[in-house]
Design a protein around this ligand. Structure first.
Ligand code: NDP
Length: 292
């Protein structure tokens, strides 16, 4: 039976260190500030924004929650982003995805001051990740996954990591991060996607399988070799009449069967999810530190 990688407990460790650094900053009259911009009323986005705001307040960060109507135009949003770029009390800015369809998300990301782009999606930060410049911001979910592996004493260096999914939020930046030339990376990385042939053969050759495809219970026991480490990034809602909410959250990995074969595995929820928000807080503190 696999060892459970407890994302919540590892996130708490991250918060412990962050609290100390925030206290030191505050003793010098500096408070890191994060602005989260929500356009529209997507209930899932609203819940994400609420939890980010709550975490900021819990850590003693300055938190600004900007809620704009779904009718907001591209120009109106650009004006708000520009105000936040100029605001010296704000060190990190995040525009919650997905915005309404009249908004060109890529253009909004490009309008962010890259020094405040704590999501790490601005082209300047993507470039810094490619060249391995540590002053850049790495997207929160990949950063959280690397932290989970390191804190769980799982060797990344020299490991064959197979990532399922090539999105700009998870798969692609994660591949760049884990193949970097340093002791916390040095992995041999393979990325598979919907057009890859013979997926099973590739994933079975992995020491570490990371699933980020958004397909409930897709990764089965036959996809992993005995003793592999399995990281489940997926968060999928599946109908569940027995649940109060009418649905439950499941990952991209068929947990019951895969956990019998893997040496270590993350649960959903409580695995990668808590790390993503912890890394957002960490990136905000880093943005503040770098602004000093
Ligand atoms: P996207 O939909 O942007 O990308 C999905 C990727 O998976 C694509 O590259 C796609 O391939 C690939 N894919 C889809 N189906 C298959 C398949 N059957 N076989 C192989 N590859 C496949 O998703 P995201 O990266 O944004 O998110 C992935 C999952 O992670 C979702 O469940 C999401 O909710 C979750 N997530 C969790 C986070 C957390 O904090 N825990 C944070 C972010 C996301 P192609 O490119 O060919 O279309």
């Amino acid at each position: 039976m696999a060892r459970l990688i407890e994302g919540r407990a590892i996130a708490e460790k991250v918060y412990l260190d962050l609290r100390q650094e925030i206290a030191e900053m505050k003793s010098k009259s500096v408070t890191p500030g994060l602005a989260v911009v929500l356009v529209g009323d997507n209930p899932a986005s609203r819940a994400y924004v609420r939890s980010k705001d709550k975490m900021c307040r819990d850590l003693g960060l300055h938190s600004v929650k900007l809620e704009l109507p779904s009718s907001t135009t591209q120009m109106e949003l650009l004006v708000r982003v520009e105000e936040l770029n100029r605001d010296p009390t704000i060190h990190g800015i995040l525009v919650q995805s997905p915005p309404p369809k009249q908004i060109d998300e890529a253009a909004i990301v490009r309008a962010l001051d890259p020094r405040k782009d704590v999501d790490g999606f601005h082209p300047e930060n993507v470039a810094k990740l490619v060249i391995g410049d540590p002053s850049g911001f790495v997207p929160c979910t990949p950063l959280g996954i690397q932290c989970l592996l390191i804190e769980s004493k799982i060797d990344i260096s020299g490991a064959h990591v197979v990532i399922l999914g090539r999105s700009m939020i998870v798969g692609k930046p994660l591949a760049l991060l884990l193949m970097q030339k340093n002791k916390d990376a040095n992995a041999t990385v393979t990325v598979v996607h919907s057009q890859s042939g013979d997926l099973e053969k590739i994933t079975r050759s992995a020491d570490i399988v990371i699933a980020a495809i958004g397909q409930p219970n897709f990764v089965k026991a036959e996809h992993v070799r005995d003793g592999a480490v399995v990281i489940d990034v997926g968060i999928n809602r599946v109908e569940d009449a027995a649940s109060e909410r009418g649905y439950r959250l499941v990952g991209d990995v068929a947990f019951h069967e895969v956990s019998k074969k893997a040496s270590a595995i993350t649960p959903v929820p409580g695995g990668v999810g808590p790390m993503t928000i912890a890394m957002l807080m960490s990136n905000t503190v880093k943005a503040c530190r770098q602004s000093l």
